[in-house]
Design a protein around this ligand. Sequence first.
Ligand code: BES
Ligand code: ZN
Length: 747
Amino acid sequence: MENLHAFVRRFVFLGLLLLALGDVRACGARSPYFGEGAQVLQGHSYANDREFVIKHIDMHLKVNFADKTIEGWVEYDLVHAYLLDNRKPGSVPPYHFNPITGNHILLLDHRDMDVLGVYGGGAYDKKTGSLKSKAKRLTYSVGVGTADSLLFGKPLQIEVPRSQSKIVIHYKTRPSAGALQWLSPAQTYDQTHPFLFSQSQAILARTWIPLQDKPSVRFTYSAEVKVVCAAAGGATADANGHRSSREDCIGGEDPDINPTDFNVVMSAVKLGNPEGDLILNNKVHRFEQKKPIPSYLMAIAVGSFGYKSLGKNTGVYAEHKLLDKAVWEFADLQKMVDAASDMFGEYAWGDYNVLVLPPSFPFGGMENPVVTFATPTIIAGDRSLVSLLAHELAHSWSGNLVTNRTWDDFWLNEGFTVYVESRIMERLYGADYADMLRVLGKGELDKTLGWMMKESPDDSHLRLHLGDRDPDEGLTDIAYEKGRFFLMMLEQLYGRKAFDELLNHHFKRYAFGTVTTDLFLADLKAFHEKNAQTLGVMLWSNFEPLVAAWIDGGGLPAPGVGGFPKLESKAFQRVEQQVSKFLVSGEPLHSGYSVPCDASVIDTTGFTTHHWLHLLRQLHTRADGSPGRLSRDEMAGLDARFGFTQTQNAEIACDWFVLAIQSDYRPAYQAMHDFLLKVGRRKFLMPIYEALLAQYVVRDGKYEPAFAQGKEMATEIFLQAEPGYHSVAARSLRELLGLPLSGGSGR
Ligand code: BES
Ligand code: ZN
């Protein structure tokens, strides 16, 4: 009997070895064993989540402003996947295990950080904040991956004994960590304290927490965060000989800054005092996220900011001197939450708060659960840009509750969200308002399609095939606007009531799970077949090819049933009339002609931000997509009458600067330059830098290309501004300007 067992054991061992070798041949790489060969990137991640899944992480983080690092002790609750369905250990391909010890190998994503140790569960001593004496060390190594390590990082390979379901990783991020931006006091509103925020989507969570960094893995988390302002053991020097000291932390000016001045938020419910609990001269901020979330929703922000409630489960965090303005601007937040819950089902995340970040935040908003991160550029002073809040709130259903399984399915996050956003806006402010937003969205989509159909037409499909390309490349108006118009088409086909049932079913069925394009299409088919007759719509067999044209076809379908939906804005027809009036008030749109178009003919009574945006976009992009140019007199006339150069509305400023550059209207350049130094929102930066590259100048009354000069100007401004940009914005701009992409943060 004993012999038989030994024989079987040896047989199983040999079998596994052979299987593993088979695997080697199949992928053409060397053995995927621990420490050897290249790990394969799948879905932008090295995680072997068919062998292990992270279920929960418990984090102890020390945020250090002096050396711009986060030091983490993170305990992971793991499930060995073979236990999930009673498979044998090692029976899950592709068999990452150590054949000598029999230990399984856990592969995690990590980048821009140093791993200081890996231990068996329970290794971290909460009281002392360090390693317990009995902690058991686990073997780990940094592997080699098949894809660009500057972008994807490298697989962290950890040997996990079969008896272990908890491990602890001790690590420290580098100052270059791509997700994190460390701001000096001068880069904040109050100018008194440094600030830190994260931006994890799409694949940057791995730069501040080692994780299975792919949206198909969901886990819960708890966290304890401490802020420190000094390098450990006083002033120290880093590898480059730069001294880190308390002064670096506080910007040098105010010696009275204390770690206790800081507030912390995470994408989780904050426990205890919203300002943190004082424990021994320092504050501890504790968080709990009991709902499983994907890694890209991991978030943290640290700064000196306050909080005010806006309603029963809504509130706003902002720097102290900005807080009241934010409270006024976001007055309708509670109504938005109530309207959305009413239409799409219960809000799942407890409270909905918004944190207003410093202006370098690279996005308009980021839907981090419990606390949306937002750019301060939505505080326009007239509540006109709050659709961004409706958008981020909408992600509480589409994205956070029901998540795109892969970044190829990104339109399921963003297209659904833009659709839900516009329903929220319509409910609060009426159909005319929502129609303006839809038409503006269509304009952006047309502009995107203008270059995309020439350069990368396959990217205009809703379903992407990114392979090993940066998921950031999928962040285009296709996912957002083509996605939204596809859903709008379905709404117009089925009627709102029936379509809402489909949507509600979707949010319920996949709640706290993930969804693929195919799953959605299967549900759509089932819904269609069940209801076609009652709703009086065409048969699925006729509809299917129309749907396929949206999902896997290029560009936009022609208008019609199942094609591009009906879309018009009465409010904008008035704007278009005014633009025509302006354009015919003078002789052709060229410098040197004697009769410039006359700004005084434009009737702007009742214009809101969106009317202005439509007006400017009519002027800066002609019907054929080419750039519009106005003469200096015409620009000066518009500027004198409407004060565009001095506008405090960042959306309007952005469109005006584009028109100004295209028109070689120099009086706007100083303000444009200041804007680029202050604001880091990529959506504004890209079109302005692009316009600079495509610069024309006026010589002898004629427009002449001045691309070399434009590039020089753009590069000079960029290099000056770059230290204030977040890595994702800096990276895109480096690509645009043809500058080298260097390590970590893309700097
Ligand atoms: N989740 C996105 C931002 C994002 C997407 C960051 C992909 C990184 C990768 C967010 O919800 C968003 O769409 N923001 C928009 C808001 C706008 C559409 C109202 C933005 O930042 O401009
Ligand atoms: Zn979004």
